[in-house]
Design a protein around this ligand. Structure first.
Ligand code: PMP
Length: 351
């Protein structure tokens, strides 16, 4: 039977996000949300915006939000692009900046949205294997005219690359757009935003879903030289010239301004992560060094799938990927102190 849509859409294999369970009493450590919630100043900003801005269309250029992000990084706002979550920003990046005829490179173990965008926009790609320590080795990335993308810290491993490695990569690949997806950078990493002025081919993508605890509002952004930003704006305007709604804008501005809350909650996540790592190691897990708000751990004896099933029976959900090389790992988001303690206690009965 003939279909009304174009042939390749039937072949699309869309990204499947982590489970968002309906039951409220579960301990949800499966999608790397921030356990602490947004700053009280953000809630107040949303309240104010709800009372006087909903009747009007938002500013199509998101000027105030872009300025707040620019101020945080001490950069000109012409370097900032915003969108509905970094997933949408990444969609525009793939569409606007990666050439369809030249393969792009990303790690074989990485964010599973990248191959989906490649399929959607018909961009070819080559997967570059992680090294034996599950790290990205920048020496393995050489591309001309294509593009390079990976998360730093990588997901789902949590492993961090130093800024000096990113710079080495940039120096070697001046003809390729290099996109660093910094969804988790604020939990111990050093952002490559400081390099964008020196490297016209660098684009840094970030999100307010993790370190600013605004996953529900969908705010992401990209920082790069104005030429790259302009390419994104052209693609974005062709979809929807009002990218970030008024409530999300107000919240995002307040979140960027409340630096003290941001710093304290990131540090609290890091402190809790250290406790979770120690606790898991004491239970016989190998834990990859993490600079994210999650850990990636494999047990010396017990099977990851069985542990995940056992945790679920006790109301705790974590992420298990049934993929080559990582089927023995669990990705566990860092929760509140109480949730992490509960995780370790239940884990103790399972391994
Ligand atoms: N990049 C990476 C590496 C991620 O893990 C995520 C979250 N799933 C995203 C981007 C997208 O985050 P958001 O769309 O919430 O900004």
């Amino acid at each position: 039977m003939s279909r009304f849509w174009s042939g390749f859409v039937k072949e699309l294999d869309p990204y499947v996000p982590g489970e968002q369970p309906k039951l409220a009493n579960l301990t949800k450590l499966n999608t790397n949300e921030n356990p602490y919630g947004p700053s009280p100043k953000v809630i107040e900003a949303i309240r104010m915006a709800a009372s006087d801005r909903l009747r009007l269309y938002p500013d199509p250029t998101s000027a105030e939000l872009r300025q707040a992000i620019a101020d945080f990084y001490q950069i000109d706002s012409a370097y900032v692009f915003v969108g509905n979550g970094s997933d949408e920003v990444l969609g525009h990046v793939f569409n606007a900046l990666f050439r369809h005829e030249a393969p792009i490179l990303f790690p074989d173990i990485s964010y599973s949205f990248y191959p989906v965008y490649c399929q959607l926009y018909q961009i070819s790609f080559d997967k570059v294997p992680l090294n034996d320590a599950f790290e990205i080795d920048v020496d393995n990335y050489s591309n001309t005219n294509g593009g390079i993308i990976f998360p730093n810290p990588n997901a789902p491993t949590g492993c961090l690359l130093a800024l000096s490695d990113i710079e080495k990569l940039l120096r070697k690949n001046t003809d390729s757009v290099v996109v660093i997806d910094e969804a988790y950078i604020d939990f111990g990493g050093e952002s490559a935003v400081s390099l964008v002025k020196d490297y016209p081919n660098l684009l840094v993508v970030q999100t307010m879903s993790k370190s600013r605890s605004l996953a529900g509002l969908r705010i992401g952004y990209a920082i790069g030289q104005p030429e790259l930003i302009e390419a994104l704006v052209r693609v974005k305007d062709s979809f929807n010239s009002y990218p970030v709604d008024s409530l999300a804008s107000a919240a995002g501005i307040a979140a960027m301004k409340d630096k003290a809350y941001f710093k304290d909650t990131c540090q609290a996540v890091i402190d809790e992560r250290n406790k979770v790592v120690t606790g898991l190691q004491e239970l016989g897990f190998d834990v990859l060094p993490s600079a994210a708000n999650f850990v990636f751990a494999s047990h010396k004896q017990a099977k990851a799938a069985d542990i995940a099933a056992g945790l679920r029976k006790e109301g705790i959900i974590v992420r298990h990927f049934n993929k080559p090389r990582i089927e023995q790992f669990l990705r566990i988001s860092i929760g509140t102190a109480t949730e992490n303690q509960q995780l370790l206690s239940v884990m103790d009965t399972l391994v």
